[in-house]
Design a protein around this ligand. Structure first.
Ligand SMILES: C[S@@+](CC[C@H](N)C(=O)[O-])C[C@H]1O[C@@H](n2cnc3c(N)ncnc32)[C@H](O)[C@@H]1O
Length: 212
């Protein structure tokens, strides 16, 4: 897993909260209903939570407001700084990533929003296999992210972005590791999770995997 994302997120961190509020036209539909999506992830979480890629801490705040204990694992130092200010001592935000996190913790929920696509499909499979080891039976993984029902709908999204002149979005869709629901279903099922998907906007779905 490369760390070129870290530099990019360090640079984006200070304007990130404006982007999610719809400031950037190209990404407006990606972040449509952003607050509701994060709240929905928080509503599904329970117990002790490990959160990957908290960024500026918007999901973290919703989790702690629900009374849950949270460890946020975030590779970008600038993102961590903003998240730490936002959570004001009510959650731990530590350096790490999807594969580098405290393995000796007891957690009931692993949560994430807008981040899992940084892993290739092979890495996604590896990550879910390792999370199986730290979750109890009934424990869950709740991730919100861009994903597609089919390869055809993924290709159509790239074509639509290009036709609208949304070149940054089209480039992201082509260069990051967005995947399909059948691929994710297979990854979860093979690792002993029942999984369900719920569409939130044209890009983002919430995926909830419960360990059997
Ligand atoms: C688009 S932001 C999402 C931030 C926040 N979760 C939200 O919903 O607004 C993606 C976040 O994932 C983090 N990230 C990138 N690669 C990661 C990795 N391999 N492991 C964990 N987090 C990663 C980035 O630093 C960034 O904070």
């Amino acid at each position: 897993m490369g760390n070129h994302f870290v530099e990019l997120f360090d640079q984006w961190a200070n304007s990130y909260d404006q982007t999610v509020m719809g400031d950037d036209l190209e990404y407006r539909d990606v972040f449509l209903h952003y607050n509701d999506i994060l709240q929905h992830v928080a509503d599904k979480a329970f117990g002790h939570v490990l959160e990957f890629g908290p960024g500026t801490g918007n999901l973290t705040v919703k989790l702690i407001n629900k009374g849950l204990t949270v460890i946020g694992v975030e590779p970008s130092g600038v993102m961590r700084k903003i998240a730490l200010e936002k959570v004001a001592g009510r959650a731990e935000i530590i350096e790490g990533h999807f594969f580098h996190f405290p393995k000796d913790v007891t957690v009931q929920t692993i949560a994430s929003s807008y981040a899992f696509h940084h892993l290739t499909d092979g890495e996604k499979r590896e990550a879910i296999a390792s999370y199986r080891n730290i979750l109890p039976s009934g424990g869950k993984i709740v991730f919100a992210d861009t994903m597609y029902e089919t390869v055809k709908s993924y290709q159509k999204a790239i074509k639509d972005a290009t036709q609208k002149g949304f070149h940054d979005l089209a480039h992201d869709l082509q260069s990051e590791y967005y995947t399909t629901i059948p691929v994710l279903t297979d990854i979860f099922n093979q690792n002993g999770f029942d999984v369900e998907f719920e569409q939130c906007n044209d890009f983002v779905w919430i995926m909830e995997g419960i360990k059997r």
